[in-house]
Design a binder for this molecule. Structure first.
Ligand code: WT7
Length: 566
């Protein structure tokens, strides 16, 4: 029996207060996420239960019980306090998927700081933009990523604590501090900082079409939604071995790679290594993973390797599978039934929503290719893109819209209230995606409503790529779009108009690629550059990426009445 039981029933009766009560959220005036992910689980009698089984890329394994999570996060929290980090300060986590990342996250929250996780593969410019925007005070990192931090730290006056978790005996430079979690004196008792439910907890950066990346700011009470969605959608149960493949640099890796599973007191496994079909199957087999939360790009890669390799492993421990980040093709759902004897359940949400909002539930009929239905407590619909009125006719495409008010909704974009306010129309939060709803209430994703590129489940803003390109001496204008790709759904393609005196050539293309490589994260790197004489623009001078995109996708071009050169 699944945790949610009857979806229809729950959708009718559920109130967020019920989840709050179940979690005992706010008891004794405690609202801090850190407490609910460690101390509370220990108090409930699971201090010796494994919370984290971690395997490194060279095969080393480390186990952490809930008591270890409690004590190590205390230790980190105290260390931060002792070093002058205060409540409300932004503390960036810039690490591979090492244990210090997971425990550091809880430690930051326990001392009232705002955790700002960033993907460790980010290049120095991507890192700089986000630290500069958040005026980050401290960064916790590894030796291997220190070079990037050192190259930008002089431009970041607020960044005064650079904490290195695996430093050797070398002398630290100015503002650098060495911290070894396992060798530090353990802090058994720590006064978890009292926060209200609306106090900021996590700052996750996400890309938009224009301007700098935006920091979606979440608060401590987000845990109410992360707790209950983990329980009902991921169906986490006491004996589960849960594997979320996402990196905590992205919201999936925190909401469902830290907060959700630990608030539910389950054992999770982490593999600090990249993708590999056999490696992944062997990992599932070794730890007898029961619940697996992954992404369409990974599933498509597994599909490419075929069914024979699946048969080499014993994967019968798997009980439930779910996916997020991009449209999950119907073929992937059908293939997974053949490969693992069960489908992947598609889940839909965003950095901004903090938790799953539209999804398939265990026990509910799956329609392959559909994202499923709204989570109980979430009113979701599609609205007309001009009037923002809900569309009543089934099958009509509109903008996905959610009634604000669920606990894990972002409270603002950091320092950017205006853009935040712009996301609300006619009383709805507009997600920026297009979908239709069928006559049984299932949502069918159509595409994004903006120019953001979704490559392998990661959102890449065209603005960041174009800005990097424009810094090259030969580039006059540029536009970045997503072009279709069988595995990653989209890859980045850049169009470039050259300055007078420069001619298109393979050498120039290579030179431009090398130039931007150190500025961008590997995900944002264009796979292809096309030189064009000029870019299509609206009369007001905005680049019409939609037009370039339509050509790549072989789609109808649509309304071009505002085109400059018509
Ligand atoms: C955007 C949000 C939320 C975790 C990871 C992404 C796309 C997300 C689905 C899905 C089709 C999806 C949307 C959304 N997206 N899930 N199941 N089907 N598209 O978080 O980086 O904030 O991206 O990812 O376009 O708006 P994110």
């Amino acid at each position: 029996m699944s945790n949610i039981g009857s979806y229809e029933e729950k959708y009718k009766t559920f109130k967020w207060e019920q989840a709050e009560e179940e979690l005992e959220y706010g008891k004794n005036g405690i609202y801090n996420i850190g407490y609910y992910c460690s101390d509370r689980i220990c108090e409930k009698g699971s201090a010796n239960k494994l919370a984290l089984i971690w395997e490194g890329f060279t095969g080393g394994v480390k186990n952490f019980t809930y008591n270890d999570i409690r004590v190590y996060s205390n230790t980190i929290a105290k260390f931060l306090q002792d070093n002058g980090v205060n409540m409300g300060d932004r503390v960036c986590l810039f690490m591979d998927k090492v244990p210090e990342l997971y425990l550091g996250f809880i430690g930051i929250l326990k001392m009232g700081g705002i955790a700002q996780p960033l993907f460790s593969a980010f290049g120095e410019e991507a890192l700089f933009t986000r630290l500069d925007d958040a005026k980050t005070k401290a960064i916790i990192t590894q030796k291997k990523h220190l070079g990037k931090v050192r190259r930008i730290k002089d431009k970041l006056p607020e960044l005064t604590k650079i904490i290195i978790v695996d430093a050797d005996d070398t002398t630290p430079q100015v503002n650098e501090i060495h911290f070894c979690m396992e060798k530090s004196e353990k802090v058994d008792k720590f006064d978890i900082v009292k926060v209200g439910p609306e106090v900021p907890s996590v700052l996750h950066y996400t890309s938009g079409t224009t301007g700098k990346p935006k920091g979606a700011q979440h608060v401590h009470s987000s845990i109410i939604a992360q707790y209950i969605t983990s329980k009902w959608v991921l169906d986490l149960q006491p004996d589960d071995i849960y594997w979320c493949t996402a990196d905590p640099g992205w919201v999936t890796g925190t909401s469902y790679g830290i907060i959700g599973p630990w608030a539910n007191g389950v054992t999770q496994v982490v593999l600090d290594a990249g993708f590999g079909t056999e490696k992944w199957y062997a990992f599932i087999q070794k730890y007898k993973v029961t619940m697996w939360y992954s992404a369409p790009t990974a599933i498509r890669l597994l599909m490419k390797e075929g069914l024979d390799v699946v048969k080499k492993f014993d994967l019968t421990s798997l009980r439930h599978l779910a996916s997020v980040g991009e449209p999950l093709n119907a073929e992937a759902v059908i293939w997974s039934e053949k490969a693992f004897g069960k489908p992947f359940y598609d889940t839909y949400w965003q950095t901004e929503t903090g938790a799953i909002v539209i999804t398939n539930f265990p026990g509910m009929k799956i329609k392959p290719g559909s994202m499923g239905k709204p989570f109980p407590g979430i009113a979701a619909t599609v609205v007309n893109p001009k009037t923002y009125e809900p569309i009543e006719t089934p099958g009509t495409v509109g903008l996905i819209a959610l009634k604000p008010g669920w606990p894990s909704m972002m409270r603002t974009y950091w320092n950017n209230k205006e853009t935040y306010n712009g996301k609300f129309k006619n009383g709805w939060y507009i997600c920026g995606d297009r979908s239709s709803i069928d006559n049984e209430g299932y949502f069918w994703f159509v595409g994004r409503d903006d120019d953001v590129i979704n490559t392998a489940g990661h959102l890449v803003g065209p603005f960041e790529i174009e800005s990097a390109l424009l810094e090259h001496k030969a580039v006059a204008e540029s536009a970045a779009i997503g072009k279709p790709d069988p595995v990653n759904m989209e890859v980045v393609k850049a169009f470039i108009a050259l300055k007078p005196g420069f001619e298109p050539s393979g050498d120039l293309e290579l030179d431009i690629m090398n130039f931007i490589r150190k500025k961008l994260s590997p995900l944002a790197m264009p796979q292809e550059i096309e030189f064009v004489p000029s870019l299509p623009k609206t009369r007001s001078g905005k680049i019409m990426r939609r037009l370039l995109r339509a050509k790549e996708w072989g789609e109808e071009i649509g309304d071009i009445s505002t085109l400059e050169n018509d």
